[in-house]
Design a protein around this ligand. Sequence first.
Ligand SMILES: [Zn+2]
Length: 167
Amino acid sequence: MTNEPQPPTRSEDSAQPPMQPPPPPSAPATDPQAFSEEHAHKTCPACAEWMPNEAFVCRMCRYDLRREAFADARPRTNGLAVASLIMGLVALMIFPLIPLSALGGLLALVMGGVARRQIKKSEGAMSGVEMARFGLWLGLVAVLVALGLTIAAYVLDVEVIDVDLST
Ligand SMILES: [Zn+2]
Protein backbone atom coordinates (compact mmCIF):
# COMPACT_ATOMS: atom_id res chain seq x y z
CA MET A 1 0.00 0.00 0.00
CA THR A 2 1.25 3.45 -0.84
CA ASN A 3 -0.84 5.01 1.99
CA GLU A 4 1.68 3.65 4.47
CA PRO A 5 3.02 6.62 6.52
CA GLN A 6 6.68 7.36 6.04
CA PRO A 7 8.94 6.68 9.02
CA PRO A 8 9.45 9.88 10.98
CA THR A 9 12.48 11.94 10.13
CA ARG A 10 15.26 12.40 12.66
CA SER A 11 14.16 15.95 13.52
CA GLU A 12 10.57 14.86 14.20
CA ASP A 13 11.85 11.98 16.33
CA SER A 14 13.85 14.24 18.60
CA ALA A 15 11.04 16.80 18.82
CA GLN A 16 8.54 14.24 20.14
CA PRO A 17 9.97 11.03 21.65
CA PRO A 18 7.77 7.98 20.92
CA MET A 19 7.72 6.83 24.54
CA GLN A 20 6.38 9.32 27.05
CA PRO A 21 7.80 8.86 30.55
CA PRO A 22 5.17 7.31 32.85
CA PRO A 23 3.24 9.77 35.02
CA PRO A 24 4.46 10.01 38.61
CA PRO A 25 2.74 7.42 40.84
CA SER A 26 -0.46 9.01 42.14
CA ALA A 27 0.80 12.20 43.77
CA PRO A 28 -0.91 13.01 47.10
CA ALA A 29 -4.13 14.93 46.59
CA THR A 30 -3.30 17.38 49.38
CA ASP A 31 -1.74 20.67 48.34
CA PRO A 32 1.66 21.68 49.78
CA GLN A 33 -0.02 23.92 52.38
CA ALA A 34 -2.05 21.06 53.84
CA PHE A 35 1.01 18.81 53.75
CA SER A 36 3.10 21.18 55.88
CA GLU A 37 0.11 21.68 58.17
CA GLU A 38 -0.12 17.93 58.69
CA HIS A 39 3.50 17.88 59.86
CA ALA A 40 2.98 20.75 62.30
CA HIS A 41 0.09 18.87 63.90
CA LYS A 42 -0.50 15.52 65.49
CA THR A 43 -3.65 13.46 65.65
CA CYS A 44 -5.43 12.37 68.78
CA PRO A 45 -5.07 8.59 69.22
CA ALA A 46 -8.59 8.44 70.67
CA CYS A 47 -10.68 10.55 68.25
CA ALA A 48 -8.23 11.36 65.39
CA GLU A 49 -8.76 15.10 65.90
CA TRP A 50 -5.84 17.25 64.70
CA MET A 51 -4.11 19.41 67.28
CA PRO A 52 -0.86 21.37 67.62
CA ASN A 53 2.26 19.38 68.46
CA GLU A 54 2.53 21.27 71.77
CA ALA A 55 -0.93 20.16 72.97
CA PHE A 56 -1.09 17.98 76.07
CA VAL A 57 -4.83 17.30 76.11
CA CYS A 58 -7.16 16.76 73.13
CA ARG A 59 -9.59 19.66 72.76
CA MET A 60 -12.34 17.33 71.52
CA CYS A 61 -12.28 14.31 73.83
CA ARG A 62 -9.90 15.51 76.61
CA TYR A 63 -7.56 12.57 75.90
CA ASP A 64 -4.35 13.08 77.88
CA LEU A 65 -1.48 12.88 75.39
CA ARG A 66 1.15 12.82 78.15
CA ARG A 67 0.14 9.19 78.57
CA GLU A 68 1.88 8.54 75.23
CA ALA A 69 5.10 10.06 76.57
CA PHE A 70 4.99 7.74 79.56
CA ALA A 71 4.33 4.77 77.32
CA ASP A 72 7.52 5.53 75.37
CA ALA A 73 9.54 5.42 78.61
CA ARG A 74 8.72 1.76 79.23
CA PRO A 75 11.76 -0.26 80.36
CA ARG A 76 13.69 -1.81 77.50
CA THR A 77 14.96 -5.36 77.64
CA ASN A 78 18.59 -5.74 78.58
CA GLY A 79 20.55 -7.10 75.59
CA LEU A 80 22.95 -9.14 77.69
CA ALA A 81 20.02 -10.92 79.35
CA VAL A 82 18.76 -12.02 75.92
CA ALA A 83 22.27 -13.08 74.89
CA SER A 84 22.69 -15.04 78.12
CA LEU A 85 19.42 -16.90 77.61
CA ILE A 86 20.26 -17.80 73.99
CA MET A 87 23.81 -18.81 74.89
CA GLY A 88 22.55 -20.96 77.78
CA LEU A 89 20.07 -22.74 75.49
CA VAL A 90 22.73 -23.34 72.81
CA ALA A 91 25.25 -24.58 75.40
CA LEU A 92 22.73 -27.15 76.69
CA MET A 93 21.77 -28.27 73.18
CA ILE A 94 25.38 -28.99 72.21
CA PHE A 95 26.17 -30.84 75.48
CA PRO A 96 27.94 -33.77 73.70
CA LEU A 97 30.59 -31.29 72.51
CA ILE A 98 31.91 -31.02 76.03
CA PRO A 99 34.52 -28.24 75.71
CA LEU A 100 32.25 -26.01 73.60
CA SER A 101 29.23 -26.64 75.82
CA ALA A 102 31.23 -25.80 78.94
CA LEU A 103 32.56 -22.62 77.33
CA GLY A 104 29.08 -21.56 76.19
CA GLY A 105 27.66 -22.33 79.62
CA LEU A 106 30.35 -20.28 81.29
CA LEU A 107 29.64 -17.35 78.93
CA ALA A 108 25.89 -17.59 79.62
CA LEU A 109 26.60 -17.67 83.35
CA VAL A 110 28.80 -14.56 83.24
CA MET A 111 26.51 -12.63 80.86
CA GLY A 112 23.45 -13.48 82.96
CA GLY A 113 25.21 -12.26 86.10
CA VAL A 114 26.34 -9.01 84.47
CA ALA A 115 22.86 -8.45 83.00
CA ARG A 116 21.24 -8.91 86.40
CA ARG A 117 23.60 -6.33 87.87
CA GLN A 118 22.96 -3.87 85.01
CA ILE A 119 19.18 -4.24 85.32
CA LYS A 120 19.31 -3.75 89.09
CA LYS A 121 21.48 -0.62 88.66
CA SER A 122 19.14 0.87 86.00
CA GLU A 123 16.38 1.23 88.64
CA GLY A 124 13.48 0.36 86.39
CA ALA A 125 14.82 1.62 83.04
CA MET A 126 15.73 -1.94 81.98
CA SER A 127 13.81 -5.19 82.11
CA GLY A 128 14.77 -8.82 81.61
CA VAL A 129 15.70 -10.00 85.11
CA GLU A 130 13.80 -13.27 84.61
CA MET A 131 15.58 -13.82 81.30
CA ALA A 132 18.99 -13.12 82.84
CA ARG A 133 18.29 -15.48 85.74
CA PHE A 134 17.13 -18.22 83.37
CA GLY A 135 20.21 -17.77 81.15
CA LEU A 136 22.43 -17.89 84.23
CA TRP A 137 20.87 -21.16 85.41
CA LEU A 138 20.99 -22.73 81.95
CA GLY A 139 24.67 -21.83 81.74
CA LEU A 140 25.34 -23.32 85.16
CA VAL A 141 23.54 -26.55 84.21
CA ALA A 142 25.53 -26.74 80.95
CA VAL A 143 28.81 -26.34 82.85
CA LEU A 144 27.77 -28.99 85.42
CA VAL A 145 26.69 -31.41 82.66
CA ALA A 146 30.03 -30.95 80.87
CA LEU A 147 31.85 -31.44 84.18
CA GLY A 148 29.79 -34.53 85.00
CA LEU A 149 30.39 -36.08 81.58
CA THR A 150 34.12 -35.41 81.86
CA ILE A 151 34.29 -37.01 85.32
CA ALA A 152 32.16 -39.97 84.18
CA ALA A 153 34.42 -40.51 81.18
CA TYR A 154 37.46 -40.41 83.47
CA VAL A 155 35.95 -42.77 86.07
CA LEU A 156 34.72 -45.24 83.43
CA ASP A 157 38.06 -44.90 81.66
CA VAL A 158 36.33 -44.08 78.36
CA GLU A 159 37.99 -41.77 75.87
CA VAL A 160 35.31 -39.27 74.87
CA ILE A 161 36.84 -38.94 71.42
CA ASP A 162 36.85 -42.76 70.96
CA VAL A 163 33.15 -42.91 71.85
CA ASP A 164 32.43 -40.21 69.27
CA LEU A 165 34.41 -42.03 66.57
CA SER A 166 32.84 -45.45 67.21
CA THR A 167 29.31 -44.23 66.50
ZN1 LIG B 1 -9.35 13.35 70.99
